[in-house]
Design a protein. Structure first.
Lengths: 121, 121
DNA sequence: CCGGTAACTGAAAAATTCTTTCAACTAGGA
DNA sequence: TCCTAGTTGAAAGAATTTTTCAGTTACCGG
């Protein structure tokens, strides 16, 4: 953080702490966890952390959500209760990548599985 | 369309025609293809087509985009030029689905590949 | 420990995006 | 052709995100 010429302010610490507490939070959920930080600063901090590759913005169908990007993972979204869960096993089989991708340099990918969770069945 | 008690209006036809012309358009791109249709009506038509399962809303990182959902496909997004291409071969290997998903009923999934396209390399 | 400064913050205003309201209009069945 | 449920669009409203700018602060160098 400081390496890039950025300051470690209490506000940034608070937002980061909020993000650590739970994944996939909406802006309002994050705000609720650090009410002392101004709205604009929350947005700016999320932007900054995004540029640093620490945070990722998602839209899983109900607007912006934010999560730490520490590790590669995917999402299972229950269309019944809205619960979002993660899994890290990656079911992508590179052998099955399409021919069109031959000259496409793959940097990353995202995978979301939609359906109904155990509790809702 | 008429089956569900909906009317086939010129506005709905125009929006649908715009969607057929190109995939992954932003709202403004769609609007530009049917300037005679009011903003509100475009939103409402996209909603309606969404409920009917004809149209899908996406957020690939730069806000809402809309596409026909006729066939199952995935996206390759070039982070250099922003170009979005589709592929239909699905590189998902069900055998590799995680154990947590055992009691999750999978209805659908989405997969996006990010990187750099051939032209940008 | 202290001062200087580039970086940061927050309130207000602005911009953007999307939704609601409501009076007028129309597609399509009777 | 008439009737009516469904549809449209302008305006207003709500929600979300960005910009501006004056005041504040972290932290580096001394």
């Amino acid at each position: 953080m400081r390496g890039g010429g950025y300051k470690a302010t209490p506000q940034r610490t608070a937002v980061l702490r909020a993000l650590i507490e739970e994944q996939h939070q909406s802006l309002e959920e994050i705000r609720a966890r650090c009410p002392e930080v101004g709205l604009v600063t929350v947005y700016r901090t999320l932007d900054l952390l995004g540029e640093l590759g620490i945070v990722r913005r998602l839209d899983l169908g109900d607007g912006s959500r934010y999560e730490l990007a520490e590790y590669h993972h995917h999402h299972m979204i229950c269309e019944s209760c809205g619960n979002i869960s993660e899994f890290q096993e990656c079911p992508l089989d590179p052998k099955l990548l399409p021919p069109e991708s031959a000259d496409f340099e793959v940097w990353s990918h995202s995978l979301e599985v939609y359906g109904r969770c155990g509790a809702c069945r």
